[in-house]
Design a protein around this ligand. Sequence first.
Ligand code: SF4
Ligand code: SF4
Length: 146
Amino acid sequence: MSYWKDIAVGGWSLVEGLAVTVKHLFRPVVTVQYPRRRNEIPEAFRGHIEFIKFKETGTHKCIACGSCEKICPSNVIKVQGEKTQAKGPKVATHYVIDFTRCSLCGLCVESCPTKTLRFSREYELAGTSRYDGVIDLMARLEQQKA
Ligand code: SF4
Ligand code: SF4
């Protein structure tokens, strides 16, 4: 008896599965053919941090104050700067983050006094080593168009 019951249950399961397949056969396709087509990234998306390039100066406004470095709970920011004028503020010369340990908390962006940090729209990061997650913000700024 159990033998025939197993066959009936298996057959019914097959019919149910096929019904789902046939139902979706005539519905519009909802999957996106990435990478040929891409969805809009939501406004709230957070990629790794990057410098904003300001139109008036054509560069960032980082004064290497170290606020972001100190507030970062993951301790992944390293920033260095130098003074170009005796009385002026410092200018950042090195800015590196280890994105593999960043929690995207946003404290660095919020604490920046010159508002020169933002979250990038980058979502295609890949690497074969954990060091590939170390991002040089100065080099990245060079690649930015505007
Ligand atoms: S988003 Fe948070 S964890 Fe990531 S670098 Fe900024 S302060 Fe650090
Ligand atoms: S808080 Fe802003 S200005 Fe200060 S070091 Fe970080 S990015 Fe530069």
